[in-house]
Design a protein around this ligand. Structure first.
Ligand code: AMP
Ligand code: GLY
Length: 428
């Protein structure tokens, strides 16, 4: 099969890495890819939102299957356009991608179908949103309704912050994504990510994975796309997995079918485990980044048939096998991220990772200039290591990180700490 992966981040690098290893894959392309992906796939310089160009490329290259990484092309209807010309594609269509593309839509759907979440309200008038925020008081959560690359959410500790967040959205900070404002009750608890392959009413959970969103050690500082991840995730116990399946995943999958938007693809639920049980924080219609970079190295089953079964509606007959090992991924970002950061600095020493056992290097934002690897993004590299448990994987990953010579980059040194302290808690 000829397979095209759409996207350019670490998630897409891990998808290309896993797909390229499948005996079913005869050729792999990535649009647009990045410096590291070009070692695993043929990179084609097409923007993920240039739907016409992607469809034309898939047709002219006789692509059999397209795997879409990021949410924006899914919400823009890339899968609809590919399927319309007979090209099989992994990911939800535009109607189903609304689960991520409109936070208000997702909240209303959950509300109609009794899926637990925070109290919330939707506003198209900023003045009405401000009145509501003042009536509720802080803490409170203010969100731009649409896709804002993870930056549209403010967890406001004070009324002043909440008002400023509403004002920023009203001023157009997020463009059309801020045409509607969603205000939510603050949920308190531990956050967990839950991933499942979904086709219609069939939901096949993936193993647990957890990311660290905050930029600084100890999980403090501004939120990022994710500074690292680990799998399995002790927060998702077997009983919590059962509860999330029964109370969130299955009802949402059924609701989407009932409302004429059957879901196909990977569904990622961000959940807050509160004293009243799990409550939905948000849905994403794609794999997490960097969660994908710890899930796929632990997947023993061939990824390609799993993705195809999701697309073809044959998940009911499917099971997935996972390595018992743990995986930890540490993201290296350009200094300054998630604020302003420098681009174009050279990264040296990466070739030494090739010989390290159980270490896999994924690129998120790099370009090759001759033989030099140059940083082009905020999150630039993701190094994943496997180990018998999270503690061993963590040691191995930092040994690998330490040989990378990149003075303009930084990483958190504590990725996986929660899993390590919870396992120490169990054994002492
Ligand atoms: P979202 O993109 O909607 O998941 O929001 C990004 C982050 O904001 C989440 O991962 C949570 O840490 C936080 N967050 C979002 N909504 C809420 C909420 N209602 N209560 C508490 N924290 C929230
Ligand atoms: N790691 C968070 C996300 O992919 O949205």
């Amino acid at each position: 099969m000829k397979i095209l992966v759409v996207g350019s981040g670490g998630r897409e690098h891990s998808l290309c890495w896993a797909i390229a290893a499948s005996p079913l894959c005869s050729a792999i392309y990535c649009a647009p890819g990045n410096g590291g992906i070009s070692r695993d796939a043929v990179c084609v310089p097409i923007d993920p939102l240039d739907i016409d160009a992607l469809v034309a490329f898939a047709q002219s290259t006789d692509i059999d299957f397209v795997v879409v990484g990021p949410e924006a092309p899914l919400a823009a209807g890339l899968v609809d356009h590919l399927e319309a010309v007979g090209i099989a594609a992994f990911g939800p269509n535009a109607k189903a991608a609304q689960l991520e593309a409109s936070k208000g839509f997702a909240r209303d759907l959950c509300h109609r179908h009794g899926v637990p979440g925070p109290d919330y309200a939707r506003f198209t008038e900023p003045a009405a949103a401000l009145d509501y925020v003042r009536a509720c008081g802080a803490p409170i959560v203010v969100k731009a309704n649409g896709l804002a690359a993870g930056k549209g959410v403010t967890v406001a500790g004070t009324l002043l912050e909440a008002e400023a967040a509403v004002a920023a959205i009203a001023k157009g900070q997020f463009g059309q994504a801020g045409a509607e404002i969603v205000i939510e009750e603050l949920l308190i608890g531990e956050e967990a990510s839950f991933f499942a392959l979904v086709n219609g009413e069939t939901v096949l959970p993936l193993d647990g994975a957890q990311d660290h969103k905050a930029v600084h050690e100890g999980d403090v500082g501004p939120n990022t796309g994710g500074m690292g991840a680990y799998s399995p995730a002790p927060v998702i116990t077997e009983s919590l997995q059962g509860q999330i399946m029964e109370e969130v995943m299955l009802p949402v999958a059924r609701a989407m079918v009932e409302e004429g938007r059957p879901y196909k693809g990977v569904l990622y639920a961000g959940v807050m485990v509160t004293d009243d049980g799990p409550k939905v924080l948000e849905f994403n219609v794609r794999f997490g980044d960097p969660e994908c970079q710890v899930l796929l190295p632990r997947l023993m089953s061939d990824l390609v048939p799993a993705l195809m079964a999701t697309r073809d509606g044959e998940l009911g007959h499917f099971s997935l096998r996972w390595l018992p090992s743990a995986a930890v991924c540490v993201v290296m970002a350009a200094k300054g991220y998630p604020g302003d950061y420098e681009k174009g600095s050279e990264i040296r020493g990466l070739e030494q990772l090739d010989d390290m056992e159980d270490v896999i290097l994924f690129h998120s934002g790099t370009r090759l200039e001759d033989d030099r690897v140059v940083a082009t993004g905020g999150r630039v590299l993701g190094v994943t290591a496997l180990g018998s448990d999270v503690a061993e994987a963590q040691k191995r990953v930092y040994r690998a990180i330490d040989v990378i010579d990149w003075p303009s980059g930084f990483c958190r040194r504590d990725i996986g700490w929660r899993a390590i302290s919870s396992s120490q808690g169990r054994t002492t």
